[in-house]
Design a protein around this ligand. Structure first.
Ligand SMILES: CC(C)(COP(=O)(O)OP(=O)(O)OC[C@H]1O[C@@H](n2cnc3c(N)ncnc32)[C@H](O)[C@@H]1OP(=O)(O)O)[C@@H](O)C(=O)NCCC(=O)NCCS
Length: 160
């Protein structure tokens, strides 16, 4: 499910309010820029190597990393994936200098469209305890808090 969306594909560039954010799929050559974006947005934590996360997602047919570019520069991202039951969204990020222009909404909606096309009836995402202020952003986009408790276990030990 490739993606190559121009300005007319759902953004609001044509009304002159926003710059034309172009959407495309991430390729391995984007790794440095994407890792830099995630770092600038505070999404990189010691236990998740962004380069390993990018390589893993790009190696799986049931996952994708969508990128938003302005004049060819990567300024936004969203990773989407599905495991045959639910769709998941990760690494929603907009360059701090470009936030507040609707690009975050565009990236989440593009990830949702990718998951809908993959046949997923529901999308879920995780928000870190330390990032509670982002909850209002997702609520604006129609997301509701889930009463479930997430449990986790590493199956492959992350490198130190
Ligand atoms: C969260 C983030 C992606 C939002 O990107 P953005 O481009 O600034 O968001 P948008 O401009 O598309 O905002 C979409 C809507 O959410 C609202 N919104 C955005 N941030 C908000 C906030 N902190 N509180 C309340 N509402 C917010 C906007 O007002 C807008 O509403 P509207 O469409 O009704 O006008 C961006 O702030 C970011 O990269 N944060 C750091 C990384 C991060 O925390 N990612 C999420 C990990 S779970």
């Amino acid at each position: 499910m490739g993606l190559a969306h121009g300005p007319a594909d759902g953004n609001r560039a044509e009304d002159g309010v926003n710059a034309p954010l172009l959407l495309r799929d991430c390729v391995p050559e984007d790794s440095d820029a994407v890792a830099a974006l995630w770092t600038a947005c505070g999404l990189v934590v010691p236990w998740n190597d962004p380069f390993a996360d990018i390589a893993l997602a790009l190696s799986k047919p049931n996952a994708t990393i969508l990128l938003g570019t302005l004049d060819g520069r990567i300024v936004a991202s969203a990773m989407a994936g599905q495991e045959g039951h639910r769709g998941w969204i990760y690494y929603v990020a907009v360059d701090p200098a470009q936030q507040g222009h609707g690009y975050g909404r565009r990236m989440v909606e593009a990830a949702e469209a990718w998951l809908r096309e993959a046949g997923m009836p529901k999308v879920q995402l995780l928000v870190r305890e330390t990032n509670q202020r982002v909850l209002a952003f997702y609520e604006t986009l129609g997301y509701a808090r889930s009463p479930a408790t997430m449990m986790q276990k590493w199956l492959t030990k992350p490198s130190p």
